[in-house]
Design a protein around this ligand. Structure first.
Ligand SMILES: CC(C)(COP(=O)(O)OP(=O)(O)OC[C@H]1O[C@@H](n2cnc3c(N)ncnc32)[C@H](O)[C@@H]1OP(=O)(O)O)[C@@H](O)C(=O)NCCC(=O)NCCS
Length: 182
């Protein structure tokens, strides 16, 4: 469990999902992302069937959101944010930025060198891109000829180095989003 202490009594913690908090985590995820359902990926992680890392985010004793880290196939240096979100009543208080900073530490511990986010400019939360840019991410368009859904032009990848080094762009490598949507 990672924690972050700040003046003003903010204490952010990431608590990894387990059998006991799984149902609650799904409720929180569904409140933040009403059109997405993480049940399958969360359950697989808890059962040891995937190596993603999903967390509940707490400020002290209060659950304020969910967060997650995943990677694609053998590419173990690029960590993708998965279902990272803050419950509506806790937004615009700087808590999302603190939770993201704390997740960076976990990401480094897991061996990632860069953080990435797939963003759908049509369906994504409008403030998310600004939030990520304010937190140091840069955007590139994602259009991969072998990943058909990306050719709609609606996808962006936002990236940030986890170290003091320039962040290599994603450069349209295949994310297989088309297969995932089937
Ligand atoms: C995006 C999200 C995580 C931001 O969480 P948060 O706790 O409100 O973020 P912060 O308070 O740390 O915001 C930091 C800065 O990001 C920007 N920002 C955050 N939300 C914004 C919004 N809705 N519109 C415009 N800018 C926004 C602002 O510059 C903000 O600073 P300010 O409040 O001083 O103006 C939250 O709104 C959320 O969970 N959204 C739904 C889920 C989602 O889109 N997840 C994907 C995130 S990668």
């Amino acid at each position: 469990m990672q924690t972050f202490l700040q003046g003003g009594g903010v204490m952010i913690k990431h608590i990894k999902l387990n059998h006991d908090n799984l149902a609650f985590a799904i409720e929180v995820q569904r409140e933040i992302f009403p059109y997405e359902d993480a049940t399958k990926k969360y359950t697989e992680m808890v059962n040891g069937e995937n190596d993603n890392n999903y967390f509940l985010v707490y400020n002290g004793d209060e659950c304020i959101g969910v967060s997650g880290l995943a990677h694609y196939g053998a590419d173990v240096e690029d960590g993708f944010l998965g279902w990272f979100g803050i419950l509506p009543k806790y937004r615009r208080l700087g808590l999302g930025s603190e939770a993201l900073r704390l997740l960076d530490e976990t990401a480094r511990d897991l061996g990632y060198r860069r953080m990435r986010v797939i963003f759908n400019t049509e369906t994504g939360f409008p403030g998310a891109k600004t939030f990520l840019k304010v937190n140091g991410y840069t955007a590139e368009s994602y259009q991969c000829p072998r990943d058909r859904v990306s050719l709609s032009g609606n996808y962006a990848i936002l990236s940030r180095s986890l170290y003091n080094e320039p962040c290599e762009p994603w450069n349209n490598r295949n994310l297989h989003l088309t297969d995932e949507e089937k």
